[in-house]
Design a protein. Structure first.
Length: 265
C-alpha cells in the first residue's frame, strides 16, 4: 500500500497543498453559498464542500489506510486503526468576507485528542503552516516555535466576545494590555503556540451548547500548542481531551504560560 511509502508529514502537507489550490481556483462570489447541511448539523458552504472533497479524493488517490472524521461528511469508516480529523475550512466566515485568517486543520490519531500524533494547520490566505509531531516539537513553516513567557505589561489575549459569549469573557477582556478576536479557533490557538498571544479563551452561554468548539476545530491545534510548551484546558482547568466524534463540544482555555490562569481566575 502507498501509505508505507508516504510518511504522514508528507501526506498532511500534500493535502494542505491540494486544499489551498482548490480554494484559490474556487474563489468566486458564491463561495459562501449554502449547499447542504453538514454532519455536525450546521450549513455547509460551497468553499467548505470543495475543500472537503479535495481531501477525500486525495486519501482515495493515495490509497491511504485511514478513517476520516470531518465536520461536513461526518465519519468515513475505512476500518483503519488511525483517523484523520479534518476541518476543511476553519474560519469560513472570514473566508467568505475576504478576511485573510482561515485555515485547513488536519490531525491524525487513534480515537481522541490525547493520542493525536501528527497535526497540521495551514493559513490558506498566507500559506503559513503550523506542524507538530508528538514528542518532536512544533514548527511554523521550517522554524521551531515556543510559547511566550507571560508578562502582564505586554499581555495579549484572544477572546470570543460575540453575542453568545458568557459574561465571564467580558470580565477577562478587561485584564490584559490588548485583546483580539480573530475568528478561526485553529489559528487563534496556533498564535498562542507561536508566542503571538498569551491566551485563547472561548466561553459561550450554557443555553447555546452547540456553539462550543468541536473536536474537528481543535484536534490539530491542541497538539501544536502542547508541543510548543503551552496547554489546553476546559473551563474547570482540567486538561482537555475529546473523543473523535461530532457530538462532543467544549469551551476552552489555551495558555502559553500557566501563569495566565492566575490572572483569569
Amino acid at each position: 500500500m502507498k501509505h508505507i511509502m508516504l510518511c504522514m508529514k508528507e501526506l498532511l502537507h500534500k493535502i494542505a497543498d491540494r486544499v489551498e489550490i482548490v480554494v484559490k481556483k474556487g474563489w468566486c462570489s458564491d463561495r459562501g453559498k449554502k449547499v447542504r447541511m453538514g454532519a455536525d448539523g450546521t450549513p455547509t458552504s460551497y468553499i467548505d464542500e470543495i475543500a472537503e472533497n479535495a481531501i477525500i479524493e486525495m486519501i482515495k488517490e493515495e490509497n491511504i489506510d485511514i478513517n476520516i472524521l470531518s465536520e461536513e461528511c461526518g465519519f468515513i469508516d475505512n476500518r483503519a486503526e488511525r483517523t484523520l480529523v479534518v476541518d476543511p475550512i476553519d474560519g469560513t466566515h472570514n473566508a467568505v468576507r475576504n478576511i485573510p485568517f482561515y485555515s485547513v486543520s488536519l490531525a491524525v490519531g487513534a480515537d481522541k485528542i490525547s493520542n493525536v500524533k501528527y497535526a497540521l494547520v495551514r493559513n490558506l490566505a498566507s500559506g503559513d503552516t503550523f506542524y507538530a509531531e508528538k514528542d518532536n516539537g512544533a514548527f511554523l513553516n521550517t522554524h521551531l516555535i515556543h510559547t511566550r513567557e507571560f508578562d502582564m505589561h505586554r499581555s495579549l489575549f484572544s477572546i470570543y466576545m460575540g453575542s453568545i459569549a458568557s459574561p465571564k469573557s467580558f470580565e477577562i477582556a478587561k485584564k490584559p494590555r490588548r485583546v483580539r478576536s480573530l475568528g478561526a479557533a485553529s489559528l487563534d490557538m496556533c498564535s498562542v503556540a507561536g508566542g503571538s498571544s498569551d491566551l485563547y479563551y472561548i466561553n459561550v452561554l450554557k443555553n447555546v451548547k452547540d456553539s462550543r468548539l468541536r473536536v474537528v476545530d481543535i484536534a490539530a491545534s491542541t497538539l501544536i500548542v502542547r508541543e510548543a510548551g503551552g496547554e489546553v484546558f476546559d473551563l474547570n482547568e482540567e486538561l482537555l481531551d475529546l473523543e473523535f466524534n461530532l457530538r462532543n463540544r467544549s469551551n476552552i482555555i489555551v495558555v502559553g504560560d500557566k501563569k495566565v490562569l492566575e490572572v483569569i481566575r
